[in-house]
Design a protein around this ligand. Structure first.
Ligand SMILES: Nc1ncnc2c1ncn2[C@@H]1O[C@H](COP(=O)(O)OP(=O)(O)OP(=O)(O)O)[C@@H](O)[C@H]1O
Ligand SMILES: Nc1nc2c(ncn2[C@H]2C[C@H](O)[C@@H](COP(=O)(O)OP(=O)(O)O)O2)c(=O)[nH]1
Length: 228
């Protein structure tokens, strides 16, 4: 177990590589990768009250209201008193950030700044295994068998809102809601912004930054994403 607990958040527009980079961080530094999307999918699958409510928003391509998100996530974070973690997908509004603030002190926030054209290309090529949330990209990290999830063999799908027509609106919405959150973390002195078009080029900078803050753990056979 690490001497000091470490709590971090990763932010960025849809397709910026939050999930991909979170997995790398989790593998290298042994942080628990928490994902708001995964929490929501678990709750939907388990038919919890919050899950049933959240589903009505997600199905319409809408963000889940802040009070539902905080009711769902904060108790889970409070339970994790002896874990270091990295949260992906939460907070994404100022209200969520303030609620998180009242629960724990963050050590670091990573914000990914990726050009629109890059996001558009990546997302139009993004394939998802709906049950697990596993993400593939036909060029960058293709599944072993085309159209099939590596672990379950089940079919992969594409989200309509990953297509260019819907993406412009999603990105505009992200910019509007994320700006005050980014400003908040900047004012606290914990924001680190990374810009670029390729995850493999951004990753060494994130790796270096985190290496100054937490010890990396030995690489294991279980990792499935190559770490450059
Ligand atoms: N912090 C949040 N606040 C509100 N709604 C959220 C939040 N996180 C996730 N959601 C809802 O859950 C859905 C699935 O989230 P998830 O992060 O898996 O995928 P996503 O929409 O493809 O996002 P991204 O493209 O950034 O990975 C979102 O589209 C949104 O409706
Ligand atoms: N071509 C290319 N694709 C990339 C790169 N980094 C991540 N991807 C892919 C993986 C996914 O299919 C898609 C979006 O990545 P993601 O990790 O799901 O992003 P996010 O929505 O969690 O922020 O882009 C990258 O550097 N190049």
């Amino acid at each position: 177990m690490m001497a000091k607990l470490f709590r971090a958040v990763i932010m960025g527009p849809p397709g910026s590589g939050k999930g991909t980079i979170s997995e790398r961080i989790a593998q290298r530094f042994g942080l628990k990768h928490l994902s708001s999307g995964d929490f929501l999918r678990e709750n939907i699958a388990a038919n919890t009250e919050a899950g049933v409510l959240a589903k009505t928003y997600i199905e319409r391509g809408l963000m889940v209201p802040d009070h539902v998100m905080t009711r769902l996530l904060l108790p889970r974070l409070e339970e994790m008193t002896c874990h270091s973690w990295l949260m992906d997908g939460f907070p994404c509004t100022l209200a969520q950030a303030k609620a998180l603030n009242s629960t724990c002190d963050l050590d670091l926030v990573i914000s990914l700044n990726i050009p629109y054209e890059t996001l558009k290309d990546r997302l139009s090529d993004r394939w998802i295994h709906p049950a697990s949330g596993r993400v593939y990209n036909m060029g960058f990290n293709p599944p072993r068998v085309q159209g099939r999830d590596d672990l379950s063999g089940e079919p992969l799908i594409q989200h309509d809102d990953d297509q260019p027509e819907a993406l412009v609106a999603r990105l505009r919405h992200y910019k509007d809601v994320a700006k005050p959150v980014i400003d908040l973390y900047k004012s606290k002195g914990i924001l680190h912004m990374f810009s670029g078009t390729e995850t493999d080029r951004i990753w060494p900078y994130i790796n270096s930054l985190l290496s100054t803050k937490i010890p990396s753990r030995p690489e294991t056979d279980t990792q499935h994403i190559p770490l450059p």
